[in-house]
Design a protein around this ligand. Structure first.
Ligand code: SF4
Length: 77
């Protein structure tokens, strides 16, 4: 059985801009929208970035679980 793979541009473990609270942000690789004023154009190429399985991403995020629990800030966006 094949496993879904996500292409990731980068991670930000202390995201505090563009929204409320402090968030763990996953910047995905391969955006095809090409917005005129995009300030993350390095996320556009489809075939670059790092490959992660969903389980690998969850394992990475879970390392911050204690922080999320104490701060009581969960956000999925
Ligand atoms: S701003 Fe950039 S990264 Fe965001 S959706 Fe538009 S083109 Fe994609």
């Amino acid at each position: 059985m094949s496993e879904n793979i996500a292409r990731v541009h980068s991670f930000e473990s202390f995201g505090a801009v563009d929204g409320p609270g402090i968030r763990f942000v996953i910047f995905m690789q391969g955006c095809s929208l090409k917005c005129k004023y995009c300030h993350n154009r390095d996320t556009w190429p489809i075939n670059s970035g790092m490959e992660y399985t969903v389980d690998e991403l969850i394992a990475k995020i879970s390392r911050y679980k204690n922080y999320f629990t104490v701060s009581k800030r969960w956000s999925y966006s």
